[in-house]
Design a protein around this ligand. Structure first.
Ligand code: NAD
Length: 362
């Protein structure tokens, strides 16, 4: 086993969070075995579980543990039990706080379709062939964080972006595009919005000056929302601001067929990242052992690649997952006779073990 220990904070959270988090732990233990890695996994509280135990959704011990770690792996937070809580004691507040505390300004959502899953998407299968796009969403600026006010007759949410905020997320998109096919589509509303015009100016300058091997084209958000459904395979890296990214990433998730298949990463400029499935705590199926663990396992792969610098291991895990899809090893959100969370997890583990000698010898 390697001397270097990768420090990971585990945040199981609520609902199906702990169930899919357990799948991630299984995979990490198999990766330790097959690839000689050393993961130090420390579990901490977040969300409703943290509110119940400590009175707050993000306790100081959780923040401190994350400060010492390379990455954090989150299950999901929330549930009806805490719906009536005041804003500062709601589980989702823990998530917003951790993003703010660690300056996680860059949200990545890969959207990759697989032939074995085409039938589960509402989009025509012929449009899904070859879809492999990465949405890079700015996560800590724009109208979600701008000044807000309201009186009896009006309300306002200020959308503000600084040059520095646009530069840093554009650099992240530039690095990602370099590792892919080198094409960025900047999505905005520059025909109407001043912030969009600033985005265009700054993003084009950063790419021109720092990423000469990357191309950047512009697309209005209304057109992008259409093209994502009519010709999704044409996108490579889609870079956009917070609100547009929120909406477009949920729209794009429909290309894959189930929320249970979509991973995400939220990164800062120092390689620390929060990795989590896109889905929530699914209270309707919690405790039944039927949650789809693939989104979580793909989030583990993203963590290996983006925070731990283990691209070969990330690739091996992704290949094992895809092999299981090809064999029809799916959970009940996708097929009525589907497998349980543990069965799917064990199938991926078995694949990973089987594939490893071939990879090592390659
Ligand atoms: P949800 O994603 O939890 O569930 C929506 C639907 O998808 C449900 O029918 C659920 O059973 C299904 N589903 C989701 N993940 C699945 C999986 N892995 N396997 C199989 N089926 C899956 O969204 P919701 O119902 O709107 O929210 C439930 C709670 O989760 C709320 O409290 C919400 O605030 C919270 N939430 C948390 C996060 C997060 O932790 N990042 C994200 C979204 C929602």
């Amino acid at each position: 086993m390697t001397e270097h220990a990768f420090k990971i904070v585990g945040l199981p959270g609520d609902g199906i969070g702990p169930e899919v988090y357990a799948s991630a732990c299984r995979i990490l233990s198999v990766l330790q075995e097959t690839h000689g890695l050393n993961f130090e996994l420390e579990e901490r509280l977040i969300g409703g579980a943290a509110v119940d135990a400590t009175g707050v959704p993000l306790p100081p011990e959780t923040i401190e543990a994350c400060r010492q770690a390379d990455a954090a792996l989150l299950g999901a937070v929330g549930g009806p039990k805490w719906d009536g809580n005041p804003a500062d004691k709601r589980p989702e507040k823990g998530l917003l706080q951790i993003r703010g505390e660690f300056n996680l300004f860059c949200n990545l959502r890969p959207i990759v379709t697989h032939p074995a899953l085409h039938a589960f998407s509402p989009i025509r299968p012929d449009r899904l062939v070859g879809v492999d796009l990465m949405i890079v969403r700015e996560l800590t600026g724009g109208s979600y964080f701008g000044k807000k006010w309201r009186d009896a007759n009006q309300a306002e949410d200020v959308c503000r972006y600084t040059v520095r905020e646009i530069e840093r997320v554009t650099r992240a998109a530039g690095r990602i595009a370099q590792a892919r096919s080198g094409r960025i589509t900047l999505v905005d509303k520059a025909n109407v919005l001043e912030t969009s015009r600033l985005w265009r100016e700054v993003a084009h300058r950063v790419i021109r000056e720092e990423f000469p091997d990357v191309t950047i084209e512009n697309m209005y958000v209304d057109a992008a929302s259409m093209h994502l459904l009519t010709r999704p395979a044409d996108f490579d890296v889609l870079l956009t601001e917070n609100l547009f990214g929120d909406i477009l990433s949920d729209e794009a998730s429909m290309l894959c067929g189930s929320m249970g298949l979509l991973p995400s990463a939220s990164l800062n400029g120092e390689r620390f990242g929060l990795y989590e499935p896109v889905h929530g705590s699914a209270p309707d199926i919690a405790g039944k052992g039927i949650a789809n663990p693939y989104a979580m396992l793909l989030s583990v792969a993203m963590m290996l690649r983006h925070s731990l610098d283990l691209p070969a291991e990330a690739g091996a895990l992704e290949l094992s997952i895809q092999a299981c899809w090809s064999e029809g090893l799916l959970t009940r959100d996708l097929r009525p006779d589907g497998l349980g969370t543990e069965e799917v997890t064990e199938a991926v583990c078995a694949r990973l073990r089987r594939e490893t000698p071939a990879l090592a010898g390659a």
